[in-house]
Design a protein around this ligand. Structure first.
Ligand code: 26A
Length: 348
């Protein structure tokens, strides 16, 4: 039996298989997709995955935003540091996910639903944009019962840091709240990613219910803008939005909230609750010819950042680790990391 002792970071969200292809404007238009977006599939998208596989030479790659983050954090941390929870089916797609996680040394504890297929995300790459269209499948059936199973809850109790992908608000907000309240009651850091603009837009209530429990909130510039708009903040400046996020009311007053907003090639913004100064950390450019695609870059950033938090690094170092891992992922196909592992060295 493996010990629960080591697993210091526990992540929760939706395990998905990415069906990723290089596409074009016509394909985006045919399915009514924006060049850079993440949405839940509707009936008009039902043929997209097949079309990507049949006509666009799509590749099957392990995805699911927080699963990418969990693999990324494990990439930087000692063996057996990270465990990931989510729902899959009992099929070949789940086997691909398990293999990728095994290679990364990530422990997964899936809720397996024998009746529902593993979730899939169609990813259309055009230039440096990626458009994602998700059929959640078995990921949508994750439930509290799994989280509260004694062997799983033992992992929760043992963990020192929690990371929840905001996409999970579409699935089981009760599980998110269970982790959030557990974190606050034990004074452990709870990290939340805003995930996509549609989360603050259309899942505002469950998102807001969790807000007092965020010790770290991570998003990109479009997610921050969507938050500002859906909450009527009237702010368009990313720094001001980061400051507003950092200063939302907080349950556990033993930790100051930190808001981190990434901006692609623009500087990463960091605001700390109660502090006037907002920090900016420029990213190191990647030569154009080394860029493969940006699918998963934000997840990789979060993975590196969380590895920093888990290992007690400073905020500046944690941001640097996030930026470093994002660079590695951008050079790979999809939300992946190079093996054999590259050793982290500070870019500062
Ligand atoms: C609920 N939705 C829409 C989603 C996702 C998602 N992960 C969880 N839930 N939609 C897209 N993704 C994942 O985001 C990664 C890139 O950031 C994709 O699987 C992709 O790997």
């Amino acid at each position: 039996m493996s010990s629960t002792k080591e697993y210091r970071l526990l992540c929760l969200e939706n395990p998905l298989l990415d069906i990723q292809a290089f596409g074009n404007e016509a394909l985006l238009e045919k399915y009514g997709l924006k060049a850079n977006d993440a949405i839940l599939a509707e009936s008009k998208h039902q043929d997209l995955h097949e079309e990507l596989l049949n006509n666009y030479d799509a590749k099957l790659i392990a995805g699911g935003a927080a699963q990418n983050t969990a693999r990324g954090a494990q990439y930087l941390l000692p063996e057996n540091s990270v465990v990931y929870l989510g729902g899959v089916g009992d099929d070949k797609y789940a086997a691909i996910l398990r293999d990728a996680c095994k290679q990364a040394g990530l422990r997964v504890e899936y809720r397996v639903d024998p009746k529902v297929p593993t979730g899939r995300c169609g990813v259309v790459i055009t230039g440096h944009n990626r458009s994602m269209c998700t059929e959640l499948g078995a990921a949508n059936h994750y439930d509290l019962e799994h989280l509260k199973r004694p062997d799983i809850w033992a992992l929760v109790e043992n963990a020192e840091v929690f990371y929840v992908g905001g996409y999970h608000f579409t699935v089981c907000p009760a599980a998110v709240m269970e982790l959030a309240t557990e974190a606050a009651s034990k004074n452990k850091p709870f990290v939340l990613s805003l995930a996509a603009p549609f989360i603050p837009q259309f899942f505002k209530d469950p998102l807001d219910a969790s807000a007092p429990y965020w010790d770290y909130v991570i998003g990109n510039e479009t997610e921050a803008a969507a938050y500002s708009e859906s909450h009527g903040l009237g702010l368009t400046d990313v720094k001001e939005i980061a400051k507003a996020l950092a200063n939302l009311p907080k349950k556990n007053t033993q930790r100051k909230r930190v808001a981190v907003v990434t901006q692609g090639t623009g500087p990463t913004i960091v605001a700390v609750q109660g502090e006037d100064e907002i920090k900016e950390y420029p990213v190191h450019k990647i030569p154009e010819e080394e860029i493969n695609d940006t699918n998963g870059a934000g997840d990789a950033f979060a993975g590196g950042f969380c590895a920093g938090v888990v290992s007690g690094r400073s905020l500046a170092e944690s941001v640097d680790m996030g930026q470093w891992l994002a660079r590695l992922s951008i050079k790979e196909l999809g939300p992946s990391y190079p093996f054999p592992k590259q050793a982290y060295s500070s870019q500062q």
